[in-house]
Design a protein around this ligand. Structure first.
Ligand code: GLY
Length: 433
């Protein structure tokens, strides 16, 4: 059986671990023992190492000592740091882009340049700013805070700030933009537009793409989409792969951009395989581009991988052989529903103080849902602790209707989630903004 290394340690990696372990022996290097990843490693007779997955010497040694043959990476900073490049150098089969391919995520200006060239009609008016003078001039041009500040680099989904939502008034937006400029030497100021946000992800072998069911993410920390932005508090997808406010032609437009982007990135050689994630707005005047990610979203991966009909390891093989197609990469016609449980201070206060909590895991699993651990460590029995101040675990299921899936998740959580923890109780509502 093929030996496959998975790097990264979030809920996204927990579901990838589940999928990989169904067909391969799973190997992992993680900074702490993620209870889901370790469970799937053990089930597949693989091996894990607690260590720094950014440490290339450590990764190389682990790969060579264990005769590992394949590698999956879907975490933004590991991709930027070139862990797929390393895996390729070591002769492994890979799922994920090289650092050069992942530039579409770690450089917002690069992504905008590509989309401007391939689909200019999808661009929202923006300025890539590289000095203070330019920033002053651009902000002066706005009457109020109807602009968006986008940091240049990776921010774990928490860096983009929208006027009127994340900052109030021009001055506050200006100060944030100034901080971003000082930090990265570059910041993007973009017009604020009215629209509904959605995600289109596609699997790719570097030539072909297969679009996954479209997902709807809940990035705001509190109910009714209030509070600060987060990595995602929940996510859903529909049985027809669309969302109620989207037409098939909207998704086709996004898929067309994604296909052209893959061709552009791989013009000289294959830099990009794995997953490409496009964030879009549906506006009155058409579909607009927000951003690309070079990986599965988290929690979007949990939804999409639970909708797969084809085993993930078969898809992995098609990606290696450049034979990926709609015929050999199929999704079920089901609804998927995920809710993330987080530390009380997540996205609110910056504290690294660990938070201990009780989780009667089996009581939740007995209700027919799944748990994917993220920033959580097991202490003993039903005691767990957070690792830092982040998302702890996701509860997810699928169903024949959205209501069924939602009911299953929320009733499994009722009385079973420690009062100290926090989660949104309105995942499933689709708000108009
Ligand atoms: N859920 C958003 C992201 O993974 O970037």
């Amino acid at each position: 059986m093929k030996k496959c290394l998975l790097l990264g340690n979030g809920g996204r990696e927990a579901v990838l671990a589940e999928q990989i372990s169904k067909g391969y022996m799973l190997y992992s290097i993680m900074p702490y023992v993620n209870p889901s990843i370790s469970e799937y490693v053990e089930k597949s007779n693989g091996k894990y190492l607690v260590g720094d997955s950014f440490d290339k010497e450590l990764v190389k040694k682990f790969v060579q000592e264990n005769n590992i043959e394949a590698c999956v990476v879907s975490q933004d900073n590991l991709l930027q740091e070139g862990l797929i490049d390393l895996a390729k150098e070591l002769g492994l089969e890979t799922f994920g882009p090289t650092s050069k391919g992942a530039k579409i995520e770690w450089s917002k200006t690069y992504a905008l340049e590509i989309v401007k060239k391939l689909a200019p009609e999808m661009i929202i008016k923006n300025e890539a700013i590289t000095n203070q003078e330019q920033l002053d001039k651009v902000i002066e041009g706005y009457q109020d805070d109807s602009f968006v500040v986008k940091p240049e680099g990776l921010t774990g989904g928490k860096g983009v700030k929208v006027g009127g939502i994340h900052f109030k008034g021009k001055e506050e937006g200006y100060q944030y933009a100034k901080d971003c400029l000082e930090e990265a030497g570059r910041v993007i100021i973009q017009d604020k537009v009215e629209g509904r946000e959605f995600t289109v992800m596609a699997l790719t072998d570097g030539e072909h793409i297969v679009v996954t069911p479209t997902t709807f993410d809940y990035p705001y920390r509190f109910e009714e989409d209030k509070g600060p932005g987060t990595g995602g508090m929940g996510c859903l997808s529909f049985e027809n792969g669309r969302l109620p406010f989207l037409e098939q032609e909207d998704i086709d437009k996004c898929a067309d951009l994604i296909q052209k982007t893959i061709c552009e990135l791989n013009r000289d050689k294959i830099e990009f395989s794995g997953v490409i994630y496009g964030g879009f707005f549906k506006c009155k005047d058409g579909i607009k581009f927000i951003e690309f990610n070079a990986r599965f979203g988290d929690p979007e991966a949990i939804n999409v991988l639970n909708a797969l009909d084809t085993p993930f390891t078969e898809i992995f093989e098609h990606i290696q052989n450049k034979t990926l197609s709609k015929e050999n990469c199929k999704f079920k016609n089901n609804y998927t529903f995920t809710v993330y449980v987080v530390s009380p201070n997540y996205a609110i206060k910056s504290t690294k103080e660990p938070c201990e909590f009780i989780l009667n895991k089996q009581d939740i699993l007995d209700k027919g849902v799944k748990i994917y651990f993220a920033s959580t460590k097991h202490i003993e029995g039903n005691k767990y602790t957070s690792v830092g101040n982040s998302r702890l675990f996701a509860v997810s299921t699928t169903g024949a209707t959205l209501e069924e899936a939602k009911q299953k998740v929320y009733s499994a959580m009722e009385n079973n989630i420690d009062d100290i923890l926090s989660y949104r109780k309105d995942i499933g509502e689709i708000y108009e903004h």
